[in-house]
Write a new protein. Sequence first.
Length: 200
Amino acid sequence: MASDWTMERVAKLDRDEIEQLRANALGLGEHEVAAICEKALVHSPKRRTTPAAKQAKAQRLISRSAAFEARGVYLDDARTSWGGVRKSDGAVVMGLWAAAVKSRDGGCGCLLWAPNVDGSRPWSDSASGQERLKHCRLVMDGAAAEGLLVFGQALEGHVPEEKARSIYGVDPQTVVRFKVEKRGEQYWAVWGRRAKETPL
């Protein structure tokens, strides 16, 4: 029950457990729980990742390719692709950088694609960036969309889809069903009760 997760209870968890709870809450639409997790993470100490912690994380997360294959999607390029179309029903499945998901007023959002203005997002012009743009347009034209939360450590100056300091993997237990909104020239994944009314 979402009401079981109080700030006091969440604060007793370690950082990895809070991040996992937040991801699951976002995937299930439990935005109040996700908000509690976000507040708890602000005060949670950032500890060094030990080999044992890395092993535990690896046991929970799976590779991007394996996660997509579990959803019936085979990536065109396992190294650079962040999405694909499921042949059985035409649904688009995309990888969403978990740390980029924003939660506000009962809705969640994640920037999927933005134009490369003055060299600010060169990834958008790459083959994988153009593939993401194509997938965004497919969803806007009526295709169903599913998101897989990708965990890792971002690299300053780069969007995670282009280059990340490290990618831990994908949580196979959490699948987000979302719509795509166009805001100016940007495409956003949105889900939750008030996603359309409240820009994130």
